[in-house]
Design a protein around this ligand. Structure first.
Ligand code: DUT
Length: 158
């Protein structure tokens, strides 16, 4: 069973009322990166290629990422903590999809804490304001053996 948005909100920081949805919590854009060299997925390890930030344009006092078609790494602004007995899934906001963009995501493991990342595919020019809501995190009940102890534990958490 999926948890309510109010329950998910207890595991997202910071969170405003506007972000809390009936079934989940919206996450917002903190930064957009472009990969600049080769990464590697090996049998026993992996390496993430270097990335460079896309500089936002200052639009009447608001920072806006103006993105042309391509693949970008999007960094969320919120720290997520996936509680025991749950697994997290992230979906794009449908308005992003309706604007010819897609956010690709993976599994959010029980015990993970951090500010995660997603792959943003842009199929038509789009503008994303810094701090805009782009995705929704949901939590489902899940059995698990052990808790997340991988290389991304605590990422970007001060
Ligand atoms: O779209 C997603 C999905 C998950 N995560 C976070 C939560 C998850 O628990 C963590 C690690 O994901 P995964 O286990 O898939 O990473 P890996 O590639 O297997 O690396 P490692 O073995 O170091 O964990 O990344 C994201 O940032 N974005």
């Amino acid at each position: 069973m999926y948890a309510s948005g109010a329950f998910v909100a207890e595991h997202v920081e910071p969170v405003s009322e506007q972000q809390v949805q009936p079934n989940g919590v919206d996450l917002t854009v903190e930064a957009v990166l472009q990969q600049t060299d080769t990464g590697r997925i090996g049998r026993d390890g992996k390496a993430i290629g270097s990335r460079e930030p896309v500089e936002p344009a200052a639009d009447g006092g608001t920072d806006t990422f103006r993105l042309s078609p391509g693949g970008y790494v999007l960094q969320y602004a919120e720290t997520i903590s996936i509680p025991d007995d749950h697994v997290g899934f992230l979906y794009p906001r449908s308005s992003l999809m309706r604007n010819s963009c897609m956010l690709n995501t993976a599994v959010w493991d029980a015990g993970y804490t951090g500010k995660g990342e997603g792959l943003l595919q842009v199929h038509h020019d789009v503008e994303l304001e810094s701090g805009a809501r782009v995705a929704q995190l949901v939590l489902a009940d899940a059995d698990h053996e052990g808790s997340y102890d991988g290389s991304y534990q605590g990422e970007r958490v001060e």
